[in-house]
Ligand binder design. Structure first.
Ligand code: FNR
Length: 190
C-alpha cells in the first residue's frame, strides 16, 4: 500500500544541511513511501484573526499548506535546532496546520522526527520540543529508533554525497522502520 509522505524541513536556508539530509532520507526511503516536500517558508505568521469568519478568506498559503498536510498519510519532520528549541518557521507551520482548533490538519497522522546540528547534541532540544507539540496534535510519533545527528557539517563530502556509509545504513534502516510504523498507524478516513 503506497503511503503519501509529507516531508517538512525546519530550515529555510538555501544551502541547508537539514534539507540535504531530508533529500537523502527521501532517496533512501522504501518504495511504498511516495514523498512530497511540504514547504513552510512562505506561510504568513499565524494570527487567529485571519481564521475567523470576519476575515474573507484565510491566506492562500495557509490553505495550500493545510491541504498538502491533509493529503499526506504520514509526516517526516527534519529539523535543526534554534536556541535549544524548534526553529520559528517550523513552529509557525505547526500552528498554521493545527488551526482552527476543530480542523487540525495533522490530526492522527503518523510522524517521525529527525534532528541534526553541527554540535554534539544533534538538536535533541528541538527534537523533543517538537515531540511535545505532536502530542497535542494527536500524531502517533515513532519513538524508536530515535535519530539525533550531531556533527552535521561533516555529514556530506565534497561532492555532496553522504560521507559515511554507516550513516547511509542508519538512515536507510530508519526509513524502513518509519514506513512500517506509518502503515501500522495509518489515519482512518473520517
Ligand atoms: C543556531 N544553531 C544552533 N545549533 C544548535 O545545535 N543548538 C542551538 O540551540 C542553535 N541555535 C541557533 C539559533 C539560531 C538563531 C541559528 C541561526 C542557529 C546553529 C544551527 O544548528 C546551524 O545553523 C545549522 O547549520 C542549521 O541547519 P541548516 O540551516 O544548515 O539546515
Amino acid at each position: 500500500h503506497p503511503l503519501a509522505l509529507g516531508v517538512i524541513v525546519g530550515s529555510l536556508r538555501a544551502d541547508s544541511v537539514t534539507r540535504r539530509l531530508a533529500n537523502e532520507l527521501v532517496a533512501l526511503a522504501p518504495a511504498d513511501f511516495h514523498p512530497r516536500f511540504i514547504e513552510i517558508g512562505d506561510l504568513p505568521l499565524y494570527n487567529e484573526d485571519l481564521d475567523i469568519e470576519v476575515a474573507a478568506e484565510p491566506p492562500a498559503e495557509w490553505a495550500r499548506f493545510r491541504s498538502e498536510v491533509r493529503d499526506s498519510d504520514a509526516i517526516l519532520f527534519v529539523t535543526p535546532e534554534y536556541n535549544r528549541s524548534v526553529p520559528a518557521p517550523l513552529k509557525n507551520a505547526i500552528d498554521v496546520g493545527s488551526a482552527p482548533h476543530d480542523q487540525n490538519a495533522f490530526d492522527g497522522l503518523p510522524a517521525a522526527i529527525v534532528s541534526a546540528s553541527p554540535g554534539r547534541m544533534g538538536a535533541f532540544g528541538a527534537n523533543h520540543h517538537l515531540r511535545q507539540s505532536l502530542v497535542f496534535l494527536d500524531m502517533p510519533t515513532m519513538q524508536q529508533p530515535e535519530l539525533y545527528l550531531g556533527g552535521s557539517s561533516g555529514l556530506f563530502d565534497g561532492e555532496g554525497a553522504l560521507a559515511d556509509p554507516a550513516v547511509t545504513e542508519l538512515l536507510t534502516r530508519y526509513m524502513e522502520r518509519f514506513a512500517s510504523w506509518a502503515s501500522r498507524h495509518r489515519r482512518i478516513a473520517a
